[in-house]
Design a protein around this ligand. Structure first.
Ligand code: LLP
Length: 414
């Protein structure tokens, strides 16, 4: 839940027009504070990669994970150094399952540690730069996710080095004199406690097989947030305790202290972000009542992609919440595609949310949209990317302006 007031909501919609994103800095800082027990909080910037948000993260002491050349450049633009100060933690780690040629060149140039998810990454990196710092991303053989598409472990996942292939990966590390920093596991988004102990056990087992000196482990991200409001929030102290026990066991095996990194995306930013749209049309279609807003799945794709739930609230143009009678409402966007519906289940079945009877011009606000919202947006139907606004207490600041149609088509002008 953001602290953005009704008044601020209306002001943002008026000043920057809809649709637009708004983020609450206070929520981000509060979420960071909940993870302070971990040695390193490394933000998985794929969740939200605006450089102003990255800057906020950096100012709070949060490190960053990048998964593409663009994300590396964003981290640098936000002021992250490419290398750690003496004895410190690497500000940027690059995580992937392959290295394209341009990225390989850049991570070598900048000496950014690479979290490798395939043997070829190790080989290509070793050939380009013997001695480069690497992490091994291990697929422990099982995974978990809020949707099949966000499960990043097990045989159906392309991610990570298969746990039985660890020796092979170590042989490549030796061949090129690569420097192994630590082991990493991220089994999916929306981790539950049943799997948590299994991941800890898998990490310990891998450290035993590894038989190498390690400086660190990374336990990945995956912390969920209560999208529907009634799910229990993650007990971060308990989460830390479980991992800390595993860490201590690993430290005993290694004979020295190691650092423990956590790599959340969603947890840090999801609840800080809202998507503000305007109701532009409404109609009865058989038994369904449709409210059509000016944001589409090119802006927020999660419902169309995973059947994800985003709580919707409706407001008069001055920001006041509507309190009229509730009506089961299908909320959909402007795209020329039937799947452009914000209220749907995985598989595309249209559902409803009970929303107050609204008037054209009302603001429809999608909540908990700060993670994998803007960062997954596209230009589908030739719709420009929309503005991003940062609210910090009383201060309202545009941190990305709206893309213009001219900018959109400029790449095609020869
Ligand atoms: N670390 C690695 C290596 C990852 O692959 C991911 C997410 C994370 C950390 C952060 O996971 P989080 O804490 O945000 O769950 N687009 C989907 C989520 C895809 C996650 C991909 N990897 C969604 O909208 O739910």
């Amino acid at each position: 839940m953001t602290t953005i007031s009704a008044h601020q909501l209306a002001r943002i919609a008026n000043e920057f027009q809809t649709p637009c994103w708004a983020y609450d800095a206070t929520v981000i800082r509060a979420q960071i504070a909940r993870l302070r027990q971990f040695d390193v909080i490394r933000f998985a910037q794929k969740a939200s990669s605006n450089i102003h948000l990255l800057r906020l993260m950096r100012e709070e002491g949060v490190m960053v994970d990048s998964v593409s050349l663009g994300e590396v450049e964003r981290a640098l633009a936000a002021g992250y150094a490419s290398q750690a100060a003496a004895g410190g933690h690497a500000p940027i780690v690059f995580t992937a399952d392959l290295l394209d040629r341009a990225t390989l060149k850049r991570v070598v140039e900048l000496n950014i540690p690479v979290n490798c998810g395939s043997p070829q990454m190790l080989e290509q990196l070793g050939q380009a730069h013997p001695g480069h710092a690497v992490w091994l991303r291990i697929n422990p053989g099982f995974g978990h996710g809020h949707s099949r598409k966000t499960n990043t472990g097990g045989e159906q996942s392309k991610h990570g080095i298969w746990h039985e292939e660890l020796q092979n990966a170590l042989a490549i590390i030796d061949q090129y004199g690569l420097k192994l920093v630590g082991l990493h596991m991220h089994i999916g988004s929306g981790v539950d406690y049943d799997h948590l102990q299994s991941v800890c056990d898998a990490m310990i087992a891998q450290v035993k097989i590894c038989q190498r000196d390690l400086q660190a482990i990374s336990i990945g991200g995956g912390l969920s947030i209560p999208y529907r409001g009634d799910e229990p929030a993650v007990d971060t102290a308990h989460y830390f305790e479980i991992w800390d026990k595993a860490r201590k066991e690993i430290e005993t095996l290694l004979g020295h202290k190691i650092s423990m990194e956590i790599e959340p995306g969603r947890f840090l930013v999801a609840q800080s972000g809202i998507l503000i749209s305007e109701l532009r049309a409404q109609k009865q279609v058989g038994s369904n009542f449709f409210a059509l807003v000016d944001a589409g799945f090119n802006d927020l794709v999660r419902p169309s992609m995973y059947g994800s739930f985003h709580r919707i609230t409706t407001h008069a143009p001055d920001g006041t919440p509507r309190t009229t009678a509730l009506r089961p409402t299908v909320v959909a966007g402007p795209l020329c595609e039937s799947g452009d519906v914000f209220t749907q289940e995985d598989g595309g079945v249209v559902t409803t949310q009970d929303l107050p009877v609204s008037e054209i011009g009302d603001l429809f606000v999608f909540h908990d949209a700060g993670a994998y919202g803007s960062s997954m947006s596209s230009n589908y139907n030739s719709r420009p990317l929309i503005p991003e606004i940062l609210v910090d207490g009383e201060q309202i600041r545009q941190i990305r302006r709206r893309q213009t149609v001219q900018e959109l088509i400029a790449l095609e002008n020869s």
